[in-house]
Design a binder for this molecule. Structure first.
Ligand code: FAD
Length: 415
């Protein structure tokens, strides 16, 4: 620890979308806010397909500046194993994600937050005053440490650093780490597009995951996959490229990556929200809380929204002078009331991946071309078609699988 101690109302750990927005909202609410980021720059390396829906931006009151938008897109086209294509149309954006994250961080700084790069949280100690919890004393790598904060918002992504550091009364960590899947992609050039995100559900290449072509400006596109078969991820992506129209297209390093392998990616938590998303003086947001959408694994909308709830809860708790776990339970209530039912969507995803490739394609053939606005009668029609054409399939939990697509729309935080 250094000699001088920094103090603040809120320490935000991690400057991804969750952390950036948590800091922005806290600063706007008048809290003295410090945000620390392990990396030397915000937003890089990019570990994201970079898409976000218009509904997400409206829900978050985000007015995206032009320089963070790479391309406006019209929704998702799902491509099943036999090539059947169905759309989930809804407007959105492909971002230059690192510029987006930098923009949010700049907004936070403008609102009064202080940002410290190359700062890594490694330890936290409870502070008590008159027998009551009064905040955290934090240490780590970086000259701002030690930092004393009334509230910590953990936005450290899949690292989930506070869940590992904080020990409960029985010495167990605050949360056990769940499962993660690997995601990786290439930036490719001269990729044809009609403005849809192409999501290929092709289990042969992406086990319990999918492959994507996410178009960007100037003919660029992210071509990648997320798969539970982590060791085979790169080989499977290369094989997929080899048998599709992506074969032969140039792979380049993205603009933010100066050297090394052009592939980029990361890991995504897939076990659902953690058991404890709040504690004394602590709230977890975004990937650090396990918030990702189960079927297509989008997490930016969830991270940005949970950050809003955490900031509001922090402001109210600090104003009340009560930083206890009990007081911060408001946060967990807020996200539980808002976010879609993870377990239900997961059941749908599992039902989908219980199908063979042929069964999946048959099911897709019964869907309308536009899956986004099926409504009750549309779903009933799909059920009826299945019952008439493929009664055996009807009883293979097709309905939950179908609902998983519905829940992957923007209004359910799918993207
Ligand atoms: C390949 C891939 C494609 C994806 N595509 C999409 C997509 O198209 N759309 C979408 O919505 N989501 C997508 N996601 C998921 C999305 O990227 C995440 O859900 C989102 O970034 C979560 O934001 P976050 O702020 O919670 O965490 P992160 O963005 O992971 O940010 C966490 C930050 O915390 C920092 N940090 C970690 N530990 C510490 C520490 N001890 N001290 C200080 N700082 C620390 C990290 O350096 C990092 O900058 C994708 C993920 C992957 C891997």
């Amino acid at each position: 620890m250094g000699d001088a101690m920094s103090t603040c109302d809120v320490l935000v750990v991690g400057a991804g979308p969750g952390g950036g927005n948590a800091a922005l909202q806290c600063a706007r609410l008048g809290l003295s806010t410090v945000i620390i980021e392990d990396h030397p720059a915000i937003g890089t390396p990019v570990h994201c397909g970079e898409c976000i829906s218009e509904i997400a931006c409206e829900n978050l009151n985000l007015e995206l500046p032009e320089h963070v938008i790479s391309l406006r897109v019209h929704g998702i086209r799902v491509i099943f194993p036999d090539g059947t294509e169905k759309c989930l149309s809804e407007e959105g954006y492909v971002l230059e994600k690192h510029l987006f994250e930098r923009w949010i961080a700049d907004e936070a700084a403008e609102a009064g937050a202080s940002i410290h790069l190359n700062h890594k949280l490694t330890s936290m100690e409870k502070v008590e005053e008159s027998g009551r919890f009064a905040g955290w004393l934090c240490d780590g790598k970086g000259d701002q440490f030690p930092i004393r904060a009334k509230v910590i918002i953990d936005a450290s992504g899949v690292a989930a650093v506070c869940s590992k550091i904080v020990r409960l009364a029985d010495e167990k960590p605050l949360n056990e780490m769940g499962k993660v899947v690997a995601g990786m992609q290439y930036e490719m050039l001269e990729v044809p597009t009609d403005g849809y995100l192409d999501f290929y559900i092709w289990p042969k290449y992406a086990e319990k995951g999918y492959l994507w072509m996410i178009p960007k400006c100037d003919g660029r596109a992210n071509v990648g996959l997320v798969t539970e078969d982590r060791p085979r991820a790169k080989k499977a992506l290369d094989e997929f490229i080899d048998i599709t129209h992506f074969k032969g297209l140039e792979q380049v390093a993205p603009p933010w990556k100066e050297k090394g392998n052009p592939a980029f990616g990361g890991t995504i938590p897939i076990s659902g929200p953690f058991d404890n998303t709040h504690y004394d003086g602590l709230m977890l947001v975004g990937d650090a809380a396990g918030f990702t959408s189960p079927l297509f694994e989008g997490g930016s909308h969830l991270a940005l929204k949970s950050a809003v709830y955490a900031a509001e809860t922090a402001a109210a708790a600090i104003a009340d002078g009560d930083l206890s776990e009990q007081r911060l339970s408001v946060y967990s209530r807020l996200w539980k009331d808002e976010f879609p039912p993870y377990d239900k969507i997961l059941r749908g995803k599992n039902a989908l991946f219980d199908l063979t490739d042929d069964e999946m394609s048959v099911m897709a053939g019964c869907f309308p071309d536009e899956m986004g606005d099926m409504g009750v009668s549309g779903k009933a029609m799909v059920g009826l078609r299945l019952l008439i054409r493929h009664p055996r399939l009807y009883f293979k939990r097709i309905v939950p699988a179908m609902l998983a697509f519905g829940y992957s729309r923007a209004r359910y935080y799918g993207w």
